[in-house]
Design a protein around this ligand. Sequence first.
Ligand code: NAD
Ligand code: TYD
Length: 365
Amino acid sequence: MAIALDQRLHLSQSIGMKILITGGAGFIGSAVVRHFSRGCGFGVINLDKLTYAGNLSSVEPVSNLPNYIFEHHDICDEAAVDRIFRAHAPDAVIHLAAESHVDRSIDGPAPFLETNVKGTFTLLECARSYWCGLPDSARDKFRFLHVSTDEVYGALGAEGQFTENSQYRPNSPYAASKAAADHFARAWYHTYGLPVIVTNCSNNYGPFQFPEKMIPTMILAGLEGRQLPVYGDGKNIRDWLHVEDHAAALYCILTKGVPGEVYNIGGEAERQNIEVVESICEVLDSLIPNGSSASYRDLIHFVSDRPGHDYRYSVSCDKLKNELGWTPSRSFEEGLIQTISWYLENRDWWRSIQKRYDGRRQGLG
Ligand code: NAD
Ligand code: TYD
């Protein structure tokens, strides 16, 4: 086993940069792992605790590649994280591990403080200690990419967009924990010079998303003939980005971004929740008609609102477009068809999750 690991490390060194990706068994993390290990040929070390949201089958397409290694640990475990830095000597970190669901943060905020704040702090400290010991040329090239959310900026009214200069006004326990982590990341750049870059991204959708988030919740409920639970009046607005476009944006920022800077990432696809749900129904109607003349729309059901529900998110990604040349590659409509088709073709993936997750309404406090 030890010999196999050494061989893998040696091979990945010859392939190019080695990236430590935290949370690589999650929704976005697994897309980033697939993008960097298969698409870019980087050495990838995936550090993940495998919480309810972690799923190794999401990285199964790359798990046998010689440039991929999995480390099953908690980012709060300082000794383990420290060892991982020294054993694998990464050239960069992409930090995605987090508790990520707003509804869960309403019901139980403690794990959000633990993983998102203390875990980020632990990772920053271990990265700093490792980075301080690097030779000058490697220190200059090292990057710590901290992946965060637009939700740290709070809620917008009908007008305006979040920019990198928007004030932090987190409203949910999830957003508060991510905001705190962003501040730690920023402080480690300003105080210690650790080459940190922070990204704040809008809502992601796509294959391999855990079915507690809105889009997979609606797809699976539709496929199983259950009600589609729309919170409140369904008029809340989110800006949707396909997860593979997010992975491409992170590649662009890791390779071209400037340490100490913040980059917002958005999908330029603002939709009311009810519009998204209606679009899902339309795609389901065309891909797998119900048999009778009934539409999946008949399953739409308005339920009580989320406490403190942010009204609108909208992200300007002008800085990322103008300075680093990134743009989203697909429209929301194309991405939604691809995503729904993926859930139709990968029933085993979500059925195995359903054995341990019953889909019950969360976040009523
Ligand atoms: P996810 O919940 O799907 O995955 C999180 C992953 O982190 C899981 O694999 C889990 O096992 C792992 N993890 C959790 N706690 C850990 C710990 N203590 N130690 C090690 N691993 C741990 O999350 P996601 O939706 O893929 O989000 C990934 C990141 O992107 C998060 O930081 C989130 O805040 C951010 N983000 C998400 C979105 C979105 O729409 N999902 C948008 C913007 C930013
Ligand atoms: P979600 O996917 O939980 O992401 P976030 O809260 O981080 O934006 O929710 C997206 C939107 O969809 C949000 O406005 C809440 C709403 N929503 C529903 O209407 N029904 C649902 O079952 C879920 C999970 C969310």
